[in-house]
Design a protein around this ligand. Structure first.
Ligand code: COA
Length: 371
């Protein structure tokens, strides 16, 4: 019955070493393997970032070309997995589809000691869009689509499978940038879950299934979907102001705002906001962005809170023609890179993660047989 003081939700606790990502809380900065998120979003591609996070250095042009080709060849679905996806109900939560898909793949292609170090990571990076869109098209349109495409990028591959046409280049690049922004964020809840499972020396797939489970919640990855639903439910900026004031009075959380680590702003938010505004201009939007911006203003005035990556990602995805229930699964398709990098780093210098709890129960009691 110790009385240790503990921060709620482990806030501010340094829970381990990592050389993958630096989340600068005070200066609103974010580095992946020492490169700024601004440079990566401007000059890089998701595949380049995936390589960087996993292997620790940027790929040469030749390595990147080979890697893109390798990922393309890993997009196929085994027949057994297709059957399982066909059996999952059409109204299932799409995060559950990815979690089950990942778990099923772990049975069909289990981890063995002989596999090269990055084999499962690369397979999962390549296969998640195939899993989701095979299931989606089967249940919404009754067809068994061919999931192999010739697109070099995951973003192009995803949009082609979803929309069944040549992806618009602005949409493709917007999605590519968003996958870069979502790829890694040090010891967030899902990554820490992955590391905790990895620390028991469990298998690769179990770690990733745990990560998907943690990301599904609206306080983490699920926030982008709830943000979109809220924005779409509001008729105008004036209505947004009224509704947000009311929600705040009722002590409701506004999804897509605030952050555990950043205190003044999320460095990823201005990048995705610019993309959302650019796409909005292209379609002559007079609703989504004006409403979003009024919500942002009210949140600053009333709570001094700023939008996190999830808030304007919602608008950006919407303008790319992506259905809202796919927003959090897209987060998985990106964050799988960070999860895998952390899993491998944890395995590299492993120590079982097992903290202690502060006991708050009753004093010891003498055993009595109950009547
Ligand atoms: N809407 C309204 N109020 C919010 C808020 C939000 N999005 N985020 C934080 N607050 C308020 C809290 O209610 C609390 O107010 P109080 O002191 O009056 O009780 C205060 O700000 C501190 O918040 P707290 O919940 O202690 O911060 P946290 O570090 O535990 O939470 C988040 C961080 C991200 C979980 C939190 O900001 C949140 O729930 N955001 C919405 C979900 C979201 O967008 N998640 C994606 C994160 S990238």
């Amino acid at each position: 019955m110790s009385s240790t003081t503990k921060p709620e939700g482990l806030a501010g606790i340094v829970a381990g070493d990592s050389s993958i990502c630096l989340c600068g809380a005070k200066d609103e900065s974010l580095l992946y393997r020492s490169y700024t998120i601004e440079d990566l979003a401007e000059y890089s591609s998701f595949e380049e970032v995936a390589w960087l996070l996993l292997r620790g250095t940027l790929p040469s042009k030749k390595e990147l070309r080979n890697y893109q080709q390798e990922l393309k060849e890993l997009r196929y679905l085994p027949t057994g997995l297709k059957r399982i996806l066909e059996e999952i109900p059409g109204d299932a939560n799409m995060m559950d589809v990815l979690r089950t898909g990942c778990s099923a793949l772990g049975n069909l292609e289990p981890e063995t000691e002989e596999l090269p170090k990055y084999a499962i990571a690369d397979r999962l990076i390549a296969i998640f869009p195939s899993i989701l869109l095979y299931w989606y098209k089967y249940h919404t349109e009754g067809k068994q689509i061919i999931v192999e495409t010739d697109d070099d990028s995951a973003a192009g591959h995803f949009l082609r499978l979803l929309l069944e046409k040549e992806p618009d280049e602005t949409h493709r690049r917007c999605l590519d940038v968003s996958l870069i922004l979502y790829a890694e964020h040090e010891f967030n809840a899902s990554t820490f879950t992955v590391r905790t499972i990895a620390s028991t020396l469990s298998d690769f797939y179990s770690c990733i299934c745990g990560g998907i489970g943690a990301l599904r919640g609206p306080l983490h990855g699920g926030a982008n979907e709830v943000a979109m639903e809220l924005i779409q439910s509001l008729d105008s900026p004036a209505h947004a102001e009224q509704e947000i004031q009311k929600m705040l009075k009722e002590k409701q959380l506004i999804m897509g705002f605030g952050h555990r680590v950043y205190t003044t702003g999320d460095p990823r938010s201005p990048i995705i906001k610019k993309w959302a505004q650019k796409l909005a201009e292209l379609v002559g939007d007079t609703h989504i962005i004006p409403v979003s911006m009024r919500i942002e203003e009210v949140m600053r005035e009333e709570k001094n809170l700023f939008p996190n990556l999830d808030f304007y990602s919602a608008a950006a995805y919407h303008f790319c023609g992506i259905p809202t229930p796919m927003f959090t699964p897209l987060f998985v398709m990106s964050r799988i890179t960070g999860w895998c990098a952390h899993l491998l780093e944890q395995r590299g210098h492993n120590k079982l993660i097992r903290p202690v709890s502060n006991y708050t129960g009753p004093k010891p009691k003498k055993w009595e047989s109950m009547e």
